[in-house]
Design a protein around this ligand. Sequence first.
Ligand code: ARG
Length: 460
Amino acid sequence: MWGGRFASGPAEIMEEINASIGFDKRLAPQDIRGSLAHVTMLGATGILPRADVAAIQDGLKAVQAEIEGGGFVFRRELEDIHMSVESRLTEIVGPAAGRLHTARSRNDQVATDMKLWVRDTLDGLDAQVADLQKALAEKALAHAGTVMPGFTHLQSAQPVTFGHHCLAYVEMLARDRGRFRDARARLNECPLGAAALAGTSFPIDRHATAASLGFDRPTANSLDSVADRDFALESLAAASICAVHLSRFAEELVVWTSAQFDFVRLSDGYTTGSSIMPQKRNPDAAELVRAKSGRVIGALTGLLIVMKGLPLAYSKDMQEDKEGTFDALQALSLCLAAMTGMVRDLEPNAPVLARAAGSGYATATDLADWLVRELGLPFREAHHVTGRLVGTASARGVGLEELTLAEMQAAEPRITQAVYAVLGVENSVSSRTSYGGTAPDNVRAQATRWLERLGDAPAP
Ligand code: ARG
């Protein structure tokens, strides 16, 4: 392709380290879309004669059909997807194909291809996250009143509902979608026509190519256009946070499905057996979701390190943006699908959750709140009284609700029989009616609001 200045071909190892076709061939659809937009603009502006434009357009479609049909032969000596498409185009169209590369370079071409790929992928991820939110909101509605222990420091803290726990993830995922949307909006400027780095002397119409590829506008600085990989970094950053959310939920599923917790059941469809221990039902999918966050974060840090310290404009280092980005966003997509499947599949074990919700003195805060509300104690003093009662109960090996009224009154004489009502977990969760609290009515309202927003409200 650049034969003029070279007397001999590259060394074997040069070709090997230089070639990106092994992984950038997946950009073929984007590359051909970009070339079609470019050549159409070259025709409309009169830079290329109509006949050449038509021949190139037909040729590009023929190349596309070959690639889609699996009949296209990718050759390492052609280095990358841009050269591979152009070389085959030349075989099909003849010398006119050589006019396609007028007023562009592989530098603006690859930036455009990557942006198109990342944009399409972000749209797909957003839809997948929405589906996971829907699955969680449906579970939340079904289990708005299913009590479970809420934890801080993984110690029993206060009872919550299973639905409330599910909705926490719906909120986290909503922020993930916001980050994907932000990244998409900032990404959506077209680098095509920046050429190698300085722009071009041909009277191209960058607004036309930008519009025909669905970009909001062309990028405003030709150096930045070919030097920028922020769009990949931002998408990987958003993907990393999303992957971290999924890994936290995955960890909970791993813990909850253990025999010791037995909080939720996953069906045979989402567990695997052990080849040696017949009793085992391993949550492999959850474990892999937990683990794959490593790839996503790794791709982000990898690309940050590639970009760090690169002088303007394009450097070949930037070819290293691809494998990590492809792998990470694909891994996230797989994790989202697996997580959505597990959420639809899982069944909370309500009796075990209810028992666990009442253990560990989880209603101690309810008792302290009662002392404040009914007896007018300052909260700090109520905290002390409750602490003493927990000590008494713990020394006897019983729950707070099993203490006698006399034992209660030994700690605070004004305590009455009415206190026992707040010591039950059902009463505890029902009383948490503050905005965003875990009361079943709140959870039902929030789940319904989410399902309406996500476009699939259950019949009222
Ligand atoms: N394969 C290259 C990449 O992925 C395309 C751009 C090559 N540009 C260049 N000047 N060699 O970055």
